[in-house]
Design a protein around this ligand. Structure first.
Ligand code: C2E
Ligand code: CA
Ligand code: CA
Ligand code: CA
Length: 275
């Protein structure tokens, strides 16, 4: 039987309405989450491929939802961006990381921290003023804080991205390209941005199993740019050894540790400082 196009249209409209309602509900939920402090930062250690010591850590956002339990960022960041709530959430994240960096400094752990910055935040001038105010407000050292941004920021149409990044760089922050290799491979842009490091996306860890030619290319590119490199999504000992042998000194992934609560991250640092 031929399907009735008007019925199809109604079904589509229903689906759109349901999606919109769901979106609205999550937005309300997110606003409450901000008020009630339901967000929490986990930290994933970044380790040295040779010594296996923790050399830094990345802050990863979680939502302790009263009914749904622990919710990962992939399930709400996009909605928060669309709902215009990412600035407020991002402010909270940056403040937390700045405070922890100061605390680590006082504990004499020389371990820089990284945080994720959404493209939307870069086109918002209040983000720059926030970041400029943090060293004085929290005692943090911006040279020990990396701001991770995705390639889309550089390639895309984010207004003022380059100016903002340059200003952040001036302030002392480290600028790192996240998920490197997943955007368009127009490499010409790299020269025009103040880039301190890149993180090789975890999809390239598969490449290591088949010779790692692409990873080698990315490593030499980073080298030519004078940028530091972290390999992401390292899950096997073979991957870690390959990275170590090929001059990639830092790695992050389930092999070393999953993201852990702040106190657990601190106890990992404490244990390692005792040996
Ligand atoms: P990302 O920045 O690329 O972070 C790495 C993600 O890979 C994390 O997922 C981490 O848990 C996961 N991962 C780490 N090691 C492994 C591994 O060995 N294997 C596999 N399969 N996965 C691994 P998570 O925490 O769910 O975060 C997802 C994304 O959400 C992040 O990707 C980042 O883009 C975004 N995000 C996280 N926190 C924030 C935040 O505070 N602000 C913003 N704007 N985005 C955030
Ligand atoms: Ca990241
Ligand atoms: Ca990444
Ligand atoms: Ca990612």
């Amino acid at each position: 039987a031929k399907s009735d196009p008007s019925a199809k249209c109604v079904r589509f409209r229903d689906r759109m309405r349901r999606l919109r309602d769901e979106h609205r509900a999550i937005k309300k939920d997110l606003e409450r989450a901000l008020q009630k402090n339901e967000f929490i930062l986990y930290y994933q250690p970044i380790a040295c491929t040779r010594t296996d010591k923790v050399v830094s850590g990345e802050a990863l956002l979680r939502w302790q939802h009263p009914e749904r339990g622990m919710v990962g960022p992939d399930d709400f960041i996009k909605i928060a961006e669309d709902a215009g709530l990412i600035d407020e959430i991002g402010t909270w994240v940056a403040e937390q990381v700045a405070h922890l960096q100061h605390r680590l400094h006082n504990l004499q752990y020389a371990v820089p921290l990284a945080l994720n910055v959404s493209p939307r935040q870069l086109s918002d001038s209040s983000f720059l003023s926030l970041m400029q105010s943090l060293p004085l407000a929290t005692g943090c050292d911006p040279s020990d804080i990396s701001l991770e941004i995705t390639e889309s920021v550089i390639l895309g149409d984010i207004p003022n991205a380059r100016e903002t990044l340059t200003a952040l760089k001036h302030c002392g922050y480290q600028i790192v390209i996240d998920d490197f290799g997943t955007g368009y491979s127009n490499l010409a842009y790299l020269h025009n941005y103040p880039i301190d490091g890149i993180k090789i996306d975890r999809m390239f860890m598969e490449d290591i199993g088949t010779g790692g030619e692409i990873v080698k290319l990315i490593l030499s590119l980073a080298n030519a740019l004078g940028a530091g490199v972290v390999a992401e999504g390292v899950e096997t000992i073979e991957q870690r050894s390959w990275l170590s042998q090929n001059g990639c000194n830092r790695y992050q992934g389930y092999l070393y540790s999953r993201p852990v609560p702040e106190e657990r991250f601190l106890s990992m640092l404490e244990t390692q400082s005792q040996i």
